[in-house]
Ligand binder design. Structure first.
Ligand SMILES: Nc1nc2c(ncn2[C@@H]2O[C@H](COP(=O)(O)OP(=O)(O)OP(=O)(O)O)[C@@H](O)[C@H]2O)c(=O)[nH]1
Ligand SMILES: [Mg+2]
Length: 383
């Protein structure tokens, strides 16, 4: 596989820098040759400061084979154009990079449609600006000219595409609603797994359902929702024999920080599946630095709030405990201030999908909650 040599320009804070690196390396053939950091990436001309832009230009001139510069922030078309003109190689911003990752990963029709929609939303505000920049004839994209006509045609075309995609997505949503209705009717108990990308959702999902969905340390391995029933597993002998029938597990798309609202919107219908669940497991990778975990935890809570998730359904699941010293568990809980941010402070579980630690406890929790809900529903019927 031919490697594409890239430069990453990001913020100096550890969390952002590491996430930027992971994002870039999620594209299989990307190799980061150098990382430049800068406190502010919102300068008018280049996004990055002029001095930094010059420094990068020199580096690119002295190093052979650099093909792309990735700036870990939103850039306008004008800033991208200015940077490309100065440095002489392709420039991508954070949103473009995330779209590229989504594009390489999407396997289901729905995920592909969602990405197409996000692509168009990314493109729309940039068309007029791009037309202005690329038009080297006297004919500008300004008012009344031929350029404006072309831009308008392109705009209309994209709008048409958008409504076509939305219609198709609505069909998929409708189908999902029908399934949801059927599940509710036969009283299936739904548990969804949500959390930051790479927190271990699919690994746990596979263990609970005997599936073999793809897992990987790359970001955004999963881009579509899958629902399967809870199965017995070697780590939880006899559990499902005693109960746990009628429990469905839902694996979902991972979250990430600084995701623009239109991308969350594009994936909303898939994520909405987690809102209707009876129990929502919020997975946090316990093997990360506490500060990173805190940022991710708060990010997840914010996204769940935007999706109007009922916090009382939340259970915090710390994953990958095989990688940590269990003595730091109480420190993690204290530092994350979980009880302050979450109504149900008793609902914290520590698991390892690798060793099976905590899986029995987790399944028992599903069953207890399921039983509680059934009792509650029956009471309501009696009333
Ligand atoms: N050591 C250890 N590694 C784990 C455990 N659970 C998951 N992992 C690893 O963590 C990485 C991410 O796991 P995934 O299950 O793909 O994570 P995800 O949350 O589904 O990620 P996305 O699909 O990108 O949102 C993989 O390399 C897994 O092998 C665990 O309990 N212990
Ligand atoms: Mg996954």
């Amino acid at each position: 596989m031919k490697l594409t040599k890239v430069i990453l320009v990001t913020y100096p804070e550890d969390f952002i820098l590491n996430e930027g690196k992971q994002l870039v390396l999620s594209i299989p053939n990307y190799e980061i040759v150098k990382i430049f950091t800068q406190k502010y990436l919102n300068h008018a001309k280049y996004g990055i400061g002029s001095g930094k832009a010059e420094e990068i230009t020199q580096f690119v001139q002295q190093t052979t084979g650099i093909e792309e510069i990735i700036v870990d922030n939103h850039l306008t078309s004008k800033q991208i154009y200015n940077l490309e003109k100065l440095i002489g190689v392709t420039v991508k911003d954070r949103e473009r990079l995330i779209l590229d990752i989504f594009f390489t990963r999407a396997t289901t029709v729905e995920a592909k449609l969602q990405i197409q929609l996000a692509e168009i939303e990314y493109e729309m505000p940039r068309i007029r600006e791009k037309a202005k920049l690329l038009s080297n004839s006297k004919e500008r994209a300004g008012k009344g000219g031929m350029g404006e006509y072309i831009v308008d045609v392109h705009f209309r075309d994209l709008k048409r595409q958008m409504s076509f995609i939305r219609e198709k997505l609505n069909d998929a949503k409708l189908k999902r609603k029908i399934y949801q209705y059927q599940r509710q009717k036969i009283k299936m108990y739904i548990v969804s797994l949500v959390g930051y990308t790479s927190s271990g959702k699919t690994t746990l999902f596979n263990l609970l359902t005997d599936e073999s969905k793809e897992i990987s340390p790359n970001l955004f391995t999963t881009l579509s929702t899958t629902t399967r029933s809870l199965k017995d597993s070697p780590h939880s002998k006899n559990i499902t024999k005693k109960g746990g029938e009628g429990i469905l597990i839902v694996d979902t798309v991972g979250f990430i920080s600084r995701l623009p609202p239109y991308m969350i919107d594009a994936f909303k219908s898939t994520l909405e599946e987690s809102i209707v669940a009876d129990l929502i497991l919020l997975l946090l990778d316990s093997s990360e630095e506490i500060e990173d975990m805190r940022i991710k935890y708060l990010n997840c809570l914010q996204i769940l709030e935007e999706l109007n998730v009922d916090k009382s359904k939340l259970v915090i699941v710390f994953t990958k405990v095989d990688k940590i010293d269990k003595r730091i568990i109480s420190e993690i809980v204290r530092k994350l201030e979980i009880s302050k941010n979450n109504n149900s402070n008793n609902n914290i579980i520590w698991i390892s999908s690798k060793t099976g630690y905590g899986i029995h406890k987790l399944k028992t929790l599903f069953m207890k909650k399921q039983l509680l809900q059934t009792t509650h529903e029956n009471k309501n019927v009696n009333l």
